[in-house]
Design a protein around this ligand. Sequence first.
Ligand code: C5P
Length: 237
Amino acid sequence: MEKRDALYAGKAKSVYRTDDPGRLILHFRDDTSAFDGKRKEALARKGMVNNKFNAFIMGKLEEAGIPTHFEKLLSDTECVVKKLDMIPVECVVRNLAAGGLVRRLGVEEGIVLDPPTYELFLKNDDKGDPMINESLAETFGWATPAQLERMKALTFRVNDVLKNLFLEGGMLLVDYKLEFGMVDGEVVLGDEFSPDGCRLWDARTREKMDKDRFRQGLGGVIEAYEEVGRRLGIDFA
Ligand code: C5P
């Protein structure tokens, strides 16, 4: 497969076309950003760690019957994915209260959310990714009711698989964000799953092991990501 021109450069990943119109290459960069890109830093090894982490998780999800865009690792920092027609809606499930939920509702960080909550956000940097709902998504044409139903079902299936996976490694999956797209008429999980887009706490000490270490200036960001991977048995080499 031949890498062609860049299609898009996001805050932490770049997407390249290939000679196959149905496939793209994702390049995980070391760049890290928070607060709508207002805080940026390059963290050595992050591209490699997130690329391998994402490959591992996508493999686990595929094994559980969840359709994903992931095809194969290409290098330390690149993988091949199916080209999706992306749905501009971010799906967030929360098992424990943290982040935006704590800020918005003033609830105590760490309380158990039973049942887990489900929120939708519009993927739009200029508008600051505002919270939306199914009605707004349908009216403004961001997603159809059928897509929204499937995205919700898949997002909760991901929770069933990953909550247990992380718990076996002594970690709590606090919350996470997923993005989906369409290929051949099917809703498929896209984007990435890494400690950049979820919250993971040590189950015993509740120490933060995710991007909140960067957001909150706690340090040891990549060390924490690597520790999460080590507990799952991922070989970063
Ligand atoms: O900020 P908030 O608490 O709403 O984030 C919920 C979850 O979604 C967190 O795990 C966060 O890392 C993730 N998220 C993300 N990208 C966004 C917004 C949230 O990965 N644009």
